[in-house]
Design a protein around this ligand. Structure first.
Ligand code: AHG
Ligand code: MN
Ligand code: MN
Length: 351
């Protein structure tokens, strides 16, 4: 008869209940954001990119802390100013922008940055080693901050045309030229979803470790979904095609469900996980839609495509758009390929 001393693993496992099993982390499988990105670095360029992404990961952890402590730390409420879009800034918008911009400057890996919260391109003049350009929405979903509903941060990274040289034009590259993109979701869990141009990897913040741990490897969006996500309160201004598409999914034999959080990060994250569509369309009130091309549409569209989904302006691939200015808006429809093709067909038919 074997003893516990001879078979410690067997004894340990068999005496545990299912909750202990569920809580178990196989230490051999434990992969953090840090180890994942360092493993992808093969040369000086990619090492710099790893440092940059690590910096952004740390910024997201800092913001996640602020989100958790919001009311307790007096971080709720308005900042008392408006941003470049004429939108009222919340305190957390300002804090998140400061966290992103200061840590990115300090990383010395950027030549230039674009933040939703700043009108002009931000030059990183001290970055002799910089070879990347970073665009970001430091806090997405501002209207949800004060009611503790999911919010997020979005970022996209491009190569600079020349190492160490600030060139404003580098910020106006089409989305397809990004080298990495990601977002952090401050939801019931804090997730960081990232692609460095290949597959899409999802990490979850383990607050006891203070680390993003790989929990959702190789995210793939279903080809077809059963959810549509759009602000239906704008339907009186919609085009005929948009109204007809939404009526189609509502009144078909197996109607789709509506889910709309009002934070792009959260709505797109759900779309990545469950499939379906997320739209912020062109309408008579906002012909260019609402969402900003550079730091909202492009990074999320890049992730969606890398996960096997599709992202469209309504008539063409959004990642092929060449931006004209840094705060430009663009209509967007993204999600499961078959559903986005349906939307494009409905929009084209009503033109
Ligand atoms: P931000 O908070 O960065 O300004 O972005 C808000 C955006 C986006 O997160 C969301 O999809 C959209 O606004 C919601 O807009 P509506 O309230 O018009 O539906
Ligand atoms: Mn936003
Ligand atoms: Mn924002």
């Amino acid at each position: 008869m074997s003893t516990a001393a001879e078979t410690p693993e067997l004894v340990r496992k068999s005496s545990r209940n299912s909750l202990e099993d569920a809580l178990d982390v196989d230490v051999e499988d434990l992969q953090t954001l840090g180890t994942y990105i360092l493993n992808t670095a093969v040369d000086e360029d990619t090492t710099d990119l790893s440092i940059l992404i690590q910096t952004i990961g740390t910024s997201c952890k800092y913001i996640a802390n602020c989100v958790r402590k919001l009311g307790l730390a007096r971080l709720a409420g308005k900042a008392g100013a408006t941003n470049v879009q004429g939108e009222e800034q919340m305190k957390l918008d300002v804090v998140a922008h400061e966290v992103f911009s200061r840590s990115l400057v300090r990383s010395k890996r950027c030549t230039a940055m674009v933040s939703e919260e700043v009108e002009e391109v931000i030059p990183c003049v001290s970055s002799r080693d910089g070879r990347y350009v970073c665009v970001y929405d430091p806090l997405d979903g501002s209207s949800n901050i004060d009611c503790s509903v999911s919010i997020g941060s979005i970022f996209g990274i491009y190569k600079a045309s020349e190492k160490g040289k600030f060139d404003e034009k580098d910020t106006l590259q089409p989305g397809r030229d990004m080298v990495a993109a990601g977002y952090a979701l401050y939801g019931s869990a804090c997730n960081l979803v990232l692609t460095i141009g290949g597959s899409v990897q999802g990490f979850t913040l383990d607050s006891s470790l203070g680390e993003f741990v790989l929990t959702h490897p190789n995210i793939a969006v279903p080809r077809k979904g059963k959810i549509y996500s759009v602000n239906e309160g704008n339907s009186r201004w919609w085009s005929k095609g948009m109204s007809e598409y939404v009526n189609h999914v509502k009144f078909k034999d197996e109607p789709h469900s509506l889910r709309y959080i009002g934070s792009m990060v959260a709505d797109v994250h759900r779309t990545l996980m469950y499939g379906g569509t997320f739209s912020y369309p062109s309408d008579a009130k906002s012909p260019d839609g609402k969402l900003r091309l550079l730091y909202e549409c492009f990074p999320m569209a890049y992730i969606m495509e890398k996960a096997g989904g599709m992202a469209s302006t309504g008539s063409s691939r959004i990642l092929d758009v060449v931006p004209k200015h840094i705060h430009q808006r663009m209509p967007i429809h993204m999600g499961s390929v078959e559903d986005i093709l349906d939307i494009e067909r409905f929009l084209a038919a009503s033109e």
